[in-house]
Design a protein around this ligand. Sequence first.
Ligand code: ADP
Ligand code: MG
Length: 702
Amino acid sequence: MRNSTAASTVVVSAGGLEPSQLDEALASGHVDLGAQAARKLAEVGLKTYRDLLMNLPRRYEDRRLLPDFTALEDDATATVTGEVVSRSGTRSRRGLHVLRASLSDRNGRRITAVWFNQPWLEKQVYPGQRLIVSGRVKRAGASASLTVSGFEVDDDSDSLSFGRIVGVYPTTQGLSQAYLRRSVRRLLDALPAIPDHLQRSLLERHRLISLDKAWRQAHFPVDEADLQVAMRRLKFDDFLFFELAVLRSRDPSRTGRSFVVEEATLAAFESVLPFEPTAAQRRALREIVSDMAAPRQMARLLQGDVGSGKTAVAAAAMHVAVANGAQAALMAPTDILARQHLSNLQGFLFPLGVRTELLTGTMSAGERNGVRQRAASGEIDVVVGTHALIQEGVTFKDLGLAVVDEEHRFGVAQRRALVKGVTDVLVMSATPIPRSLALTVYGDLDLTVIDELPPGREPVKTRLVNAAKRLEVYRFAAEQVAAGRQVYVVTPLIEQSEALDEVVATTELVLDLRTIMPSSCRLDLLHGRMRTAEKEDVMARFRAHKIDMLVATTVIEVGVDVPNATLMIIENAERFGLSQLHQLRGRVGRSSLESWCVLVAGDRSRKTQKRLEVMAKNTDGFAIAELDLELRGPGDLRGTRQSGLPELTIGDLVTDVEVIEEARGLAQRMLAADPDLDATWAGRLKDELRRRSSKVMVREVI
Ligand code: ADP
Ligand code: MG
């Protein structure tokens, strides 16, 4: 558009755009965006000036030095600019439409741009136009062609589209990239300065550039450094407002009780422990009991790798609650786990005179009634159970502490039901999620991490084998069984909806293994379609060593603890996420016996190889989770899918830990100083928070 300068002059003389007008519709005409533009922009969801401003480039292309046509190498992907000299569309005999345009560069050298099957482009590409085309280069002697994967018409007098680092906006039907750039340019030109919601002192402390600069540089960066500082500022805001929203959504009126935490109580607990707590366990317990002592309701996530000893820490906290005359409850996701927790907790708590009982759906109605009555009367101190704890509306005489194991299996509503009143809540998770994710997904919970395993644990030896070597693997399994050890074999549950396949797959595998394994090997089967009582029976027999080899789906994934099991074979290991493999591997190596995990890869692709090698090389669940996050993205990470990740505009959970922590720290300090953000300095901040909160899905708080 050759008249762009004239047009923007008109706008500036009309007074420009006040920051307060940013939320007005583009159609209001404060900035001249062209006749049809406001409607077209609105069609792609850009309705206000602010929308346009916040519509950041999806990526950037360095077009400062577009290559000379002579410099194009065969098979390379390149972006070049040239003028259309001629063009012609043809149709091949098989009906394929091919459009060829001859482009000329500054020095008159030619290249042919080729489009396949886009006949409508014949009307849009014509001689005299300057195009910027990207695609794959084909060289044949002196001539070169380029199969176009993307192109722009450069109709821009200001050259916003080449000779610089150029932002590429999310695809918009009917609006050219050049047009979007020009619109944003005009908007920015018309805006005097975008006011900042952070004070200068804060910007300095956190090494942030002003919002005004950040927006301008994000759309039109001069160089990489420019772009980087702009992104850091915008990300910082992203996370800051997210954390503010999350932290504020905690109901401040929710006061818990202030438990009295006496040294003697803690010492009594330690005296009955059959082992010395690790430093990490001590640290975790200190954080938990200091929450319990404080008047505010505790909402804490206790995260620790499998086997890190979370249960003992939770038991100590329960002991503190009981010592204060209150009751405690522990909710586990499955029957098997509830029973296992019960037996562990009883080991810790029985010697201290704490009365602990079980409540699950598989108990008889009479038994359940008894437990309910004793919980209501206060005869029981600790109840361990499954969903039944909530579903059956168990009332406690005085529930002071609720521990929820394997949080992600419970919905928020279920947790809420448990936490009526003033109960302190401790959520335990063995899913090692990277700190950056934990701070966002669980932004509503304070975080305690047990980052140390009890001493003397031999790392599980992990081997990666191809399916072709399966027989050798099972020969090794037979040796383990002969030596009195037990073995898990896990097959993937392909899809929840394919539950039937799951049954078939496991059943077939069992049949298969019956012929492979010696007849003396006692084999059995565990899958999600079995009734709870059946599952429980199988687990009980495995625990009692009446089964040597247990073929299972991931139902055994969490928490199952059979120290005599020393070998875990995972079939079709490529189908599992790394974090999930790590959880599975955690089922062995639970004693001083030497243990193995064998990953049987069903395919030999390099990608599979690479992913599974991560398992062989790493034993630290957090490191694996980080790598998993990098390889698969947060959406796939187990335990996060249901919880609704924040809709971050630009923040990246993988790489932005530093920014997240800084932003969270600032959010905490701001709210500590001014819980309702009523101070005058916070006015703009609060407006922005309100604006964003309506968009961001904040994960509900307990
Ligand atoms: P998690 O729940 O974190 O997976 P557990 O609490 O089930 O781990 O502990 C795993 C095993 O380690 C249990 O048998 C437990 O008794 C034992 N254990 C816990 N803490 C210690 C410790 N400090 N030293 C030795 N063994 C421990
Ligand atoms: Mg556990």
